[in-house]
Each structure stands twice: as structure tokens, then as C-alpha cells.
Design a protein around this ligand. Structure first.
Ligand code: ADP
Ligand code: MG
Length: 688
């Protein structure tokens, strides 16, 4: 980039849209098309059609009523049409001078003065009509359509579009091999005049099918590549020592493991004994008992004389999630002269320095905290296992940084990610194809099912009465106020008002407030009052979405439940029903503008009341909200599928997934070119 000129506004916009390489431009497909291949005679035209007419300008004047405008009259020999421009340049007025022949394209309207077009696109009537439909590209304000069209056209002509599909692949996918990438792109940018637009809109056209196959292949190959790259990396092989920490912990637990917990523990233990880094996702519904599985994995690492790091996305979550785990492990570590270190952003410098020393010397066998754990100054003696809770809340860059922590020694840590949001199968096959997944599909015994009720906000008083009854019988309740993303302030006012109202209506009961803007110390104070049982009701914004574990809480009220995602509601609901008492979740909904809840919203809430299966809920959520929710931070780094649709193109995805390993084995060069072409510099992110 030496001596390069500063970028113009459209050039900057191109960069911003990710259109840097010729191939990126070639893959920037039209949103829709305009048909400029035909002319319509005004005599044959119908009102409200978008069409192109050609004629001679017979009048050109500026009118001032009802507002300033340029009015040009066009005569095509069969009728006349007035072209109106409310904003125009003097130059425009000249190119539309009386006597000029022009083509105008726009929506035809009838009116008092005959045919009219408002702000039509005008060109001099020179040369033949275009032979292909005119593409209209997705763009931004600073990037004019005409500029983008030219850029795409030149990108398309310069880009290397040679075939990277191995011979026979298209046919095996049931596609017409005549549609290569080159043919498909040439066609989609400039489809011929008689193309049925419906096949382009629903993406069923063979050109579209080819692009989808290309995109899915790139994604599958790239994930397979990263899996294989990881397979040649080395990690410390960790085996539980007989009679060691692992066994001691199992013996010390106040409960026996469920069958599902046993199974996933074995899956993890098996990974840990291998000298290649584990890359495993542990998924299990809220309350399924992931923490103890993490503790047992940590015990294996510690037994082997190495260190284990545990991370959660926020300080309060880190504390909530790991307090139990520490409670189990710490008494077993002390006799071995080992300790637990905490690392958080809010820590005092002195304490932090102490912790860093413990970590560097290896005395801290377990390091717990937020992303502070992976900051540069943190030097481990030998980090062998990293466990990330609520992995989807972490950024990709943070996970990459973690993996680099031990690369000095030539060894990578094993990685265990935990999530309560189950990944639907289609996503597991695509975005997470490189990930091994363990699933806890069974809740610990003794849980009472949660009864979910959908209730209108107008019956709020009855709900509050129910809270009083619960608390009088010795139970506790949560009241969740929605997070209004556009306005954190409004959000807070809302929660504060609810807190006050509940305090007034429930005299003699301690009502607490917890929200994201409170200082950490204050949050902790509130939490400990609630945990000790002194506080009857906890009003909170979604900060308690994950991580709170108070078995005595048996009622949860979620205000404006219609504003939450289904998986989010499910996670919230999982905070009750942890003890022996019968638990309930009340989904309060606010009425819409017409005083009613929309049908979709009602359907969704009804679904919540009907099912307690996290997978089923995740599947419905995926249908309603798309994959962003599940991909979390991954979506910002990794390109989401642009052309293929996970649900609609699932058969194609399955075929390609099955063929990808053989392609990578037999045609490594083609595979590499294919991935580079489609993912460019972005594929690194997919490996995190
Ligand atoms: P999550 O999967 O949501 O992280 P936790 O690990 O917090 O769930 O476990 C929820 C609760 O269940 C905790 O109080 C935990 O101690 C308890 N628990 C975990 N496993 C069992 C088990 N096998 N039997 C009984 N209780 C268990
Ligand atoms: Mg948990």
C-alpha cells in the first residue's frame, strides 16, 4: 500500500462492504433486476407498471406549484408522458432539452394531466437496448449504484473463476455441470431478457444451485481443514491417576452422577488422554449439571500436575458458576499445597500481582475468572485445560488468544466449551462441523417440573398476590424485567419502577434490585442477601439470565415475555425448579397497540408453556430468529452463509458434508484454492 492515494468515499464504502478482491466483487450478487431490455409504447401501457418508454422531449420547464419541480414532457408517438423531478441539477435539465430523444424508466402513473413518471431513470436513446436484465446491487448511501455496477463488472472480468469443483462433483450433487462458477456468475449478474424472475427470486435456478453448492463446499472444507490442522497439534496427554483427585472428588460429591453426566465425563476423559488438543462443546439444558463435569475434567488436569483455567463471560457469572466447583475442589487441593487463583477486571493491583505470581509458579492449579484470564501478562506454568462457560458469549478473538497461551512450549491446551443453548442439528453440521459435541440429555433426579403460565399484564395484581403466598410459605421469587436494547436508561427506569412498586405492595418482604449497571460489589451484596434467603423477591434485568443457583426460589415472573427469544426464556425459566418445591414460571405479556398480542407472539409464548425440551425450543427459535442467536460472537468474525439456507438447503449440505473428506484427500490443491476464493482471510476465524 506504499504511496497509495487516499481512498475516495465509494472506495471506502466498497471496503466496508467487504468488497476488496475481484472475487468478492464477482460474488456480490444483485438484490433484484430491472428490465431495460424492452420498450413499452404508452398506448399499450397499464397504470402502476414499471416500464421503459422512449420518445422525444417536447417541453421542459420548471414549475413552482405545488412545489418547485422540473417537468419534462415526453412524446413517444402514441401518447405523451410527464416526467417530474423534485430534485434536479441544472445539468440534468440540459440533458433533457426539447428535441432530445431519451429513454425513461420508472413507475407509470395516471393522473389529471395524463401519464406521469416521478423521478424516472433517464438515458439518451442511443445504441441498442441492453440484452440482459440490469442488476441492482445491495449498497450503501455513499456508494452509487452506477459506480458499484462498474466495479462489479470489472471484478467479474478480472477474477479468476476457473473451476475448483473436482471432476464429477456437480453431477454427484445432482446438478447440471454446464453451470460452472463462471457461467453461474455471468448469468446471475446479467440474466437474459426472457429469464423467469421467479426462479431467481426463490433461488431455484441452476445458477443459484451451483453457487449454494460452492459456498457450502467452502464452509465444509474449511472446517475440515482446521480440524485436521488441529489434529497435528500437540497437547499434554492427561490421564486420571488411580486414587487421585478425580476419584476423591467423585467420592466427596453430595450426589451421584446421572447416566448422562457419566457418559460425557468419559467422552471428555478419553479426549484428555490423547496428545492432541480436545475441541469439545458440552451442551446441556439449564440445570443439567455441567459444572460438576467441568470440575471432574479440571481434576484430571490438576492430577497430572498441570493447570486448568475456567472462564465465564462476566465477573458475576464467573463467581456464580464456579463457586460450587471451587467449594468442591479447594479442600482437596489444599493438602497438595495447591491453590485457586481469581482473575477479574475489577481486582486491586496488589491482589492481581499476587495472583499472577501464583499462576506463573504453578501453585495455582486452578485459575478462575473472566476474559482477564487470557490477557497478555498472564503467564501460566503449564496450562493444559481451558474451560469456557457460556461459550457463545465470548468473542472469537478471545478464544484464539486463549489457544495461543501455551504455544510457546509447542503444546496447546485442551479446550472444553460449555453452553446451555443447544445447537440445532443443522448448525452443528455446518458452523460447528469441526467441533466434537457432548450432550447431557437428562436432568438430575428430584427436580420438580416447572409449570409455565402465560398471563396478560392486566392481571398483574393476581400475580403479585401469588408471590406473597409463595413467600409466606418460605419460598423466594424472581421478577425479570426485559432488557430494552435501544435504551439501557429506559430499561433501568423500568426495573427501578417495578422494584419500587413491588416493595410498596409487599410490605414486610425484602425486595432487591439487580441490574447490569450496578457496581460489582453492590451486585454481590444483593445476591448474597437473596442466596441467604433474607431477600424474598429479586427484581432483575436479564443479568440473572444464566448462573444463579438458589434452589429455594420457586417462582419466576418474566415481564414482557414477548420481547425475549425463546431460548432466552428457557434459560431464565431454568433458574427455578432447582429444589424440591413445585415451581412455576409466569410469562406476563403486554398488550400490543391494538390491545392484543400478535398471533405469532401468542404462538411463541404458547410453545414455551407446552415444551420443556431445550432442543425443541432451540429449533423453534432458529426458525423464528435465524442462526445469529446461536452463533453469538462467531457471527461477527465468520461469514454467515450468504447464498445457501441451512434449513431449505439441508439435503445439499448433507451431500457435501459427506463428500468433503474425500475431496480434501484427493484434490488438496483444488480444495485450497476453493476455500481461499470463498473465504479469503476469514477462514482463520472459523478455527476458533
Ligand atoms: P448447569 O448445567 O445449568 O450449569 P449446574 O451445574 O449449575 O447446571 O447444576 C445445577 C444444580 O444441580 C447444581 O445445584 C448442582 O450442584 C446440581 N447437580 C448437578 N449434578 C447433579 C446430580 N447428578 N444429582 C443431583 N444434583 C446435581
Ligand atoms: Mg452452568
Amino acid at each position: 500500500m506504499q504511496g497509495s492515494k487516499p481512498l475516495s468515499a465509494p472506495q471506502k464504502a466498497l471496503r466496508k462492504l467487504g468488497l476488496a478482491r475481484d472475487i468478492d466483487l464477482a460474488l456480490h450478487l444483485p438484490l433484484r433486476y430491472e428490465d431495460e431490455t424492452r420498450l413499452t409504447r404508452l398506448r399499450d401501457a397499464r397504470e402502476a407498471d414499471t416500464l421503459q418508454i422512449e420518445g422525444t422531449v417536447t417541453a421542459n420547464e420548471i414549475a413552482y406549484r405545488p412545489r418547485r419541480q422540473l417537468v419534462v414532457t415526453l412524446d413517444d408517438g402514441t401518447d405523451t408522458c410527464q416526467l417530474r423531478f423534485f430534485s434536479f441539477y441544472p445539468a440534468q435539465q440540459k440533458t433533457l432539452a426539447v428535441g432530445t430523444r431519451i429513454r425513461a424508466r420508472g413507475e407509470l402513473r395516471g393522473g389529471l394531466f395524463g401519464w406521469q413518471m416521478v423521478h424516472p431513470v433517464c438515458r439518451p436513446a442511443q445504441g441498442p437496448l441492453p440484452e440482459a436484465l440490469t442488476p441492482v446491487y445491495p449498497t450503501v448511501a455513499t456508494l452509487p449504484q452506477a459506480y458499484l455496477r462498474k466495479a462489479v463488472l470489472s471484478g467479474l472480468s478480472r477474477a479468476d473463476l476457473s473451476d475448483t469443483f473436482p471432476p464429477g462433483l456437480a453431477a454427484r450433487l445432482g446438478q447440471d455441470p454446464a453451470w460452472g462458477l463462471r457461467e453461474a456468475l455471468a448469468f446471475l449478474h446479467h440474466p437474459g431478457p426472457r429469464t423467469p424472475l421467479a426462479t431467481l427470486e426463490d433461488r431455484s435456478h441452476p445458477a443459484w444451485q451451483r453457487l449454494k453448492a460452492e459456498e457450502l463446499l467452502a464452509q465444509q472444507l474449511s472446517q475440515l481443514q482446521s480440524k485436521r490442522e488441529r489434529d497435528v497439534l500437540r497437547a499434554p496427554a492427561l490421564a486420571p491417576a488411580p486414587g487421585g483427585l478425580h476419584e476423591q472428588l467423585l467420592a466427596a460429591l453430595p450426589f451421584g452422577l446421572t447416566r448422562a453426566q457419566h457418559r460425557v465425563c468419559e467422552e471428555i476423559a478419553r479426549d484428555l488422554t490423547r496428545p492432541v488438543p480436545m475441541h469439545r462443546l458440552l451442551q446441556g439444558d439449564v440445570g443439567s449439571g455441567k459444572t460438576v463435569v467441568a470440575a471432574l475434567a479440571a481434576a484430571v488436569a490438576i492430577d497430572a500436575g498441570t493447570q486448568c483455567a475456567l472462564m465465564a463471560p462476566t465477573e458475576i457469572l464467573a463467581e456464580q458458576h464456579f463457586r460450587k466447583l471451587i467449594g468442591w475442589l479447594e479442600p482437596l487441593l489444599a493438602p497438595r499445597g495447591l491453590r485457586v487463583a481469581w482473575l477479574t477486571g475489577s481486582q486491586k493491583k496488589k491482589e492481581r500481582t499476587e495472583m499472577l505470581a501464583l499462576i506463573a509458579s504453578g501453585e495455582a492449579a486452578l485459575v478462575v475468572g473472566t476474559h482477564a484470564v487470557i490477557q497478555e501478562q498472564v503467564q501460566f506454568k503449564e496450562l493444559a485445560l481451558a474451560i469456557i462457560d457460556e461459550q457463545h458469549r465470548f468473542g472469537v478473538a478471545q478464544r484464539l488468544a486463549l489457544r495461543e497461551k501455551t504455544q510457546d512450549a509447542g503444546l496447546e491446551p485442551h479446550l472444553l466449551m460449555m453452553s446451555a443453548t443447544p445447537i440445532p442439528r443443522t448448525l452443528a453440521m455446518s458452523y460447528y462441523a469441526d467441533l466434537d459435541v457432548s450432550t447431557i440429555d437428562e436432568l438430575p433426579p428430584g427436580r420438580t417440573p416447572i409449570v409455565t403460565k402465560v398471563i396478560a399484564d392486566t392481571r398483574r395484581d393476581q400475580v403479585i398476590e401469588r408471590i406473597r403466598v409463595q413467600i409466606e410459605s418460605g419460598r423466594q421469587a424472581y421478577w425479570v424485567c426485559p432488557l430494552i436494547e435501544e435504551s439501557e436508561a429506559l430499561d433501568l427506569t423500568n426495573a427501578t419502577a417495578t422494584h419500587q412498586a413491588l416493595s410498596e405492595t409487599l410490605p414486610g418482604i425484602l425486595v432487591g434490585l439487580l441490574h447490569s449497571r450496578m457496581p460489582v460489589a453492590e451486585k454481590k451484596a444483593v445476591m448474597s442477601l437473596f442466596e441467604s434467603g433474607e431477600m424474598g423477591v429479586l427484581v432483575a434485568t436479564t443479568v440473572i439470565e444464566v448462573g444463579v443457583d438458589v434452589p429455594n426460589a420457586s417462582l419466576m415472573v418474566i415481564e414482557h415475555a414477548e420481547r425475549f427469544g425463546l431460548s432466552q426464556l428457557h434459560q431464565l425459566r431454568g433458574r427455578v425448579g432447582r429444589g424440591a418445591a413445585a415451581s412455576a414460571c409466569v410469562l406476563l405479556y403486554g398488550a400490543g397497540e391494538n390491545g392484543r398480542l400478535s398471533d405469532t407472539a401468542r404462538e411463541r409464548l404458547k410453545a414455551m408453556a407446552e415444551t420443556h425440551d431445550g432442543f425443541e425450543i432451540a429449533r423453534r427459535d432458529l426458525e423464528i430468529r435465524g442462526p445469529g442467536e446461536f452463533l453469538g460472537a462467531r457471527q461477527s468474525g465468520a461469514p454467515l452463509l450468504r447464498f445457501a439456507d441451512l434449513e431449505a438447503d439441508r439435503p445439499l449440505l448433507e451431500k457435501i458434508r459427506a463428500l468433503a473428506p474425500a475431496i480434501l484427500d484427493r484434490h488438496p490443491d483444488l480444495a485450497e484454492r476453493h476455500v481461499a476464493r470463498w473465504l479469503g482471510g476469514k477462514s482463520d476465524y472459523l478455527k476458533a
